[in-house]
Write a protein that binds this ligand. Structure first.
Ligand code: C5P
Length: 473
């Protein structure tokens, strides 16, 4: 029988309390993306506060090897966050009862009754939009001690980084909404409805527009000069007393003018709707320094995503756990480098047209030798965020370690396909001896190179040639 969420959280508390009492060491293993770094940090911070002996490490994915590695690990108890499911059986075999998974990815039926798997879907929460691993870790931290409610602000960052702001005007729903309210009531976050330009309080308008890549607008995104001339011709006053104005200073009319001038740059059937997506809820952390990019929840989350993707997870986790000054400057440099890299990859992908094949329902992108394995998720999200791909499924592939191919799939804005990408990737990967999974609208898979043609055929049958409804064959 599946336990209730409260029962599972007290089960978690009992396990951790037992470790602390008997001086057992705990290892936390988490994923490298924003949700991974935040969830790992939240739980580790709570463990440190509770007096536990613990260590924190990251992993690119869950695999048989990772599950196997716990067997020889010297730590006594293992907490895994944000790494998905599918390895409950191996964990039981390797560790007996000495482990817990906190997660939000869809899991196979066989894991629903495993008490050590504390996964959103088991408790009627949609792990794709209502809560992410950061939220699950926050609930667990709060179960350990209610004073951990201050970690709610980091859980807000995790939900933003995982693109769970899918309610009206990019609001939160479900547990994410409750967690954000907690943070707001504690004075940790301010929530406003505003233009969603990157660097709302910190960047000059042309920079803010150029740095905004959701939606990704070819010609405008990352092109500061063009942004400047577009804004100039819109008639908006860009400077005040010699100082550049920042997005947060625009009045309602000026915000509308910004949107109107950008809309001229977009094509595709949903252009106007997509542009209206540029107005949404913003999450500002008032306790961060006035000039710090960390004040903007979305930019905070991008920095964390960038840390993991370029193998600098430690910097991101240190920031989540409260480190500032030098570490923060490192985070800022990482963010700048990361933006440079994605800009370069996107340029190559759009110039080398042979890499892209499009059908009515799908855009297949070959990122081999260009996109590093760890950046597939970022790039597929950007391609899916481009108005010209609206309504379609985007599938990007690239070469990965040990002769494997990594796939990353996304449903773009307005995509009505009934294909569940998590099922698609999991079933396809299993068919060809790989691993896959994720969420309805964002999922990934990894297969060995020799199975590439078979996997592409599988996608051809199940996505490319499918009109609007389907079941996986
Ligand atoms: O790698 P990518 O960002 O495309 O993955 C999309 C989502 O699918 C992520 O939440 C990731 O954790 C999940 N995923 C998974 N199992 C895999 C690959 C990806 O659960 N084998």
């Amino acid at each position: 029988m599946t336990k209730s969420l409260d029962d599972s959280l007290s089960f978690f508390k009992d396990k951790v309390s037992d470790c602390i009492k008997s001086q057992k060491s705990i290892s936390v293993t988490t994923h490298i993306d924003c949700d991974g770094l935040t969830s790992g940090s939240i739980i580790t911070k709570a463990l440190i506060r509770a007096g536990a002996k613990c260590t924190l490490r990251t992993s690119k994915e869950f695999s048989k090897n990772v599950a196997e590695s716990f067997k020889t690990d010297s730590r006594d108890f293992h907490i895994v966050t944000d790494l998905g499911g599918g390895f409950g059986h191996e964990m039981n075999q390797n560790l007996g009862e000495d482990w817990i998974i906190l997660d939000h990815h869809q899991i196979p039926e066989a894991e629903m009754d495993n008490p050590n798997v504390i996964n959103a879907w088991k408790y009627g929460m949609d792990g794709g939009v209502e809560i992410c691993a950061g939220g699950m870790a926050y609930l667990a931290a709060n179960a350990l001690d209610e004073r951990n409610s201050d970690l709610s602000s980091i859980a807000v960052v995790s939900a933003l980084g995982d693109r769970q702001d899918q309610g009206e005007r990019k609001s939160f729903t479900g547990k994410n909404f409750e967690i954000a309210e907690t943070a707001k009531n504690l004075g940790l976050v301010e929530i406003d409805l505003d233009l969603l330009l990157v660097g709302r309080e910190t960047r000059p308008l042309p920079d803010a527009l150029a740095f905004t890549s959701q939606p990704f607008i070819e010609g405008l995104t990352w092109n500061r000069d063009v942004c400047l001339s577009v804004l100039n011709s819109s008639g908006i006053q860009l400077k005040e007393g010699g100082r550049w104005r920042v997005p947060a200073e625009l009045n309602e009319d000026e915000k509308r003018m910004v949107i109107e001038s950008i809309t001229k740059f977009t094509s595709g059937k949903n252009a106007t709707e997509i542009m209206s997506e540029l107005i949404g809820y913003t999450y500002t952390f008032p306790r961060e320094d006035k000039r710090s990019f960390l004040r903007d929840g979305r930019e905070f989350s991008t920095m964390l995503n960038s840390c993991g993707r370029i193998s600098r997870s430690g910097v991101g986790m240190a920031v989540c756990m409260g480190d500032r000054n030098k570490i923060l400057r490192e985070g800022e440099t990482i963010l700048t480098d990361y933006r440079k890299m994605i800009r370069e990859y996107m340029n190559i992908l759009s110039n080398e047209r042979w890499r892209i094949s499009e059908s009515e329902t799908c855009v297949m992108v070959n990122g081999e030798d260009i996109v590093p394995e760890t950046m597939t998720g970022t790039i597929s999200s950007l391609i899916a965020g481009s108005p010209k791909n609206s309504g379609k499924i985007v599938i990007l592939r690239t070469k990965a370690e040990e002769n494997t191919i990594k796939f990353s799939s996304r449903k773009s804005f307005g995509c009505k396909s009934e294909i569940n990408l998590s099922d698609l990737m999991r079933a396809g990967a299993e068919k060809f001896d790989g691993v896959g999974g994720g969420h309805d609208a964002a999922a990934g898979a990894k297969i060995t190179k020799d199975k590439l043609d078979d996997f592409l055929n599988y996608l051809e049958v199940n996505v490319v040639n499918v009109s609007s409804t389907s079941s996986t064959q």
